[in-house]
Design a protein around this ligand. Structure first.
Ligand code: SF4
Length: 99
């Protein structure tokens, strides 16, 4: 079966949906290390189209890769790793010298 590229309307729907999820998460982004790993996978992917668009979903990979709520449509990024922003907060450390 041949892969069909998304239409302009489908690209718009896909990226708008991704952006809404990202906004509802409070604009949570992955850490720099995860972002660079995701980008490296995308930039070496057979499905990278012109203008750095993913040919499967039509999203711009430089934007999509930073969104913590996003996944590669072919699951090439693997699982979303635990980052500082989605870890449970640790106990609060009180300053030792109180005035
Ligand atoms: S999101 Fe996935 S399928 Fe799309 S370009 Fe990146 S690695 Fe390839």
């Amino acid at each position: 079966m041949k892969n069909r590229k998304p239409t302009l309307l489908q690209k718009l729907i896909n990226f708008t949906t991704a952006y809404i999820k990202y906004a509802f998460s409070g604009f949570k982004e992955v850490d720099v290390d995860t972002y660079m790993k995701r980008l490296d996978i995308c930039l070496n992917c057979d499905h990278l189209a012109t203008l750095n668009e993913c040919a499967v979903c039509g999203c711009p990979v430089f934007d999509k890769a930073k969104m913590e709520t996003e996944k590669c449509p072919l699951n090439k990024w693997g699982e979303i790793p635990v980052t500082e922003s989605n870890m449970e907060p640790e106990e609060t450390i009180e300053p030792k010298n109180k005035w």
